[in-house]
Design a protein around this ligand. Structure first.
Ligand SMILES: [Ca+2]
Length: 450
């Protein structure tokens, strides 16, 4: 696999060299592998940031990050809820492969990320120091817990969402047994940024990977007193502005340490907005079915000198692409003998108008294929209606031209029978390939009599 990844690495660094040399082609001399910071918001909507059309919430630091880096307009979480989205992000695989596609892990759950899965953190070790600061939500009983079992040297955070009980703030890491403290909700975001920046201080001499999995703006909304009451979007806006200020702190810290140009920072969200927050022009929200509002999220990536400032791309991508993309940036091989669904987005992030490496993206609602997205088209196969989970094909096909109609408002199926045929073939292929992997469906199926 390392033979595959090296050319990608050269392309990426070649891009950096070409930029530095004023466009001359050529490969850069090897330099230090970049530090990597992934800031993952929880339930932040596509339309909440100024750089994605938000008007009410002030996000100057994230907007500046977008101006100084790349912004993807058609980037998806791999699920419309927390647990499967995080499983996919960390493993580069559709979460149905890891047994975690069905609903979120509850406090009384014994499910978790299988020990055999290779996370981004695991694949970056031992060259990288690794930390997960924030929310885990991939299993809180052994053998899934704590996250130090999944490649993170350090864990400081919550086992699951902060609206679940019992809740504790846990630390695990080198020389630290698992310890628990009480949660002060209004200070969680500050604590996460504090610990993340301290980890950077501790590890600045070597490449580091920091996953800053914030709990904001998932409910309950408890802004720090310094931010409470400031936003015209009330408590939701306050916590998003607090996240934005934290991102500003992160960049100031990297600059102070002289690490700004050596650090790739990625910002995204784990799914669409829930009760509050804006999905922008997109249809539906977190926990919906195949509509984009549950899945599409901001994706901003900044790495000065490698990612061109102000690059905007509508190439389709998904959070399962982070694993191969970040490993390529780090010059590390892809995990051996692992079936990845994610693709390397290096070209999309470094070259203007580079096409997506994906022919299609599969959108799962729990363990069912709910929609298929190609670069231009979207075929929606399932929707909720008054609480019912409705398969739509029997009522006629639903086909949308996403580039012209991002709100999925007008069905173009009747005018495009050839596209419908292609998309339904993709749907059937995805259903046949993935749905049998579902574990919840198998568990619920009655045992046939012998
Ligand atoms: Ca979430």
């Amino acid at each position: 696999m390392s033979g595959l990844s090296q050319p990608h690495r050269r392309q990426l660094l070649g891009g950096a060299a070409a930029l530095a040399a004023g466009g001359l082609a050529g490969f850069a001399a090897p330099h230090r592998a970049p530090n990597i910071v992934v800031v993952l918001a929880d339930d932040l909507g596509y339309g909440d940031l100024g750089s994605y059309g938000g008007r009410l919430i002030r996000t100057p630091h994230l907007d500046r990050m977008a101006r100084e880096g790349a912004r993807l307009t058609d980037f998806y979480a791999c699920a419309n809820i927390c647990t499967p989205s995080r499983a996919g992000l960390l493993t580069g695989r559709y979460p149905i492969r890891t047994g975690l596609a069905h609903e979120v892990i509850q406090p009384n759950d014994s499910r978790g990320l299988p020990a055999g899965e290779v996370t981004i953190a695991e694949a970056l070790r031992p060259d990288y120091a690794t930390a997960l600061v924030g929310k885990w939500h991939l299993g809180h009983v052994e053998p899934h817990w704590p996250p130090t079992r999944h490649g993170f040297d350090l864990f400081f955070g919550l086992p699951y969402s902060h609206d679940m009980k019992p809740l504790g703030l846990f630390t695990a890491g080198p020389g630290v047994e698992l310890t628990r403290e009480d949660v002060d909700m209004a200070r969680l975001t500050q604590r996460f940024f504090d610990r993340g920046l301290a980890f950077i201080d501790e590890q600045k001499a070597r490449p580091f990977f920091l996953m800053l999995a914030l709990t904001a703006p998932h409910i309950p909304l408890d802004p720090h007193p310094d931010y409470a009451g400031r936003s015209p979007a009330a408590a939701y806006g306050d916590v998003v502005e607090e996240v934005d200020a934290g991102v500003g702190r992160l960049f100031a810290h990297l600059r102070k340490l002289g690490l700004d140009r050596d650090t790739l920072v990625v910002f995204t969200s784990d799914n669409g907005p829930w009760f509050e927050g804006s999905a922008g022009p997109l249809r539906d929200r977190k926990g919906g079915q195949g509509w984009d509002g549950g899945y599409r999220t901001p994706l901003i990536a900044r790495w000065p000198g490698v990612i061109p400032a102000g690059l905007t791309s509508d190439a389709i991508g998904m959070n399962i692409d982070l694993l191969p993309t970040l490993l390529t940036a780090a010059g590390k091989p892809l995990p051996a003998n692992v079936e990845l669904d994610g693709r390397d987005l290096t070209q999309v992030l470094t070259r203007r108008r580079a096409p997506s490496p994906h022919e299609e993206l599969v959108l799962f609602n729990n363990e069912q294929v709910a929609a298929i997205r190609t670069q231009r088209w979207k075929y929606v196969a399932r929707a909720y209606y008054r609480g019912f989970n409705v398969p739509l094909g029997s009522r006629g096909d639903l086909l949308f031209d996403i580039s012209a109609d991002p709100s999925e408002a007008y069905n173009l199926a009747s005018a495009n029978p050839g596209v419908v045929a292609e998309m339904t073939a993709r749907l059937k292929r995805a259903q046949a390939l993935y749905e049998p992997m579902g574990v919840a469906a198998k568990a619920a199926a009655p045992t046939p009599p012998r």
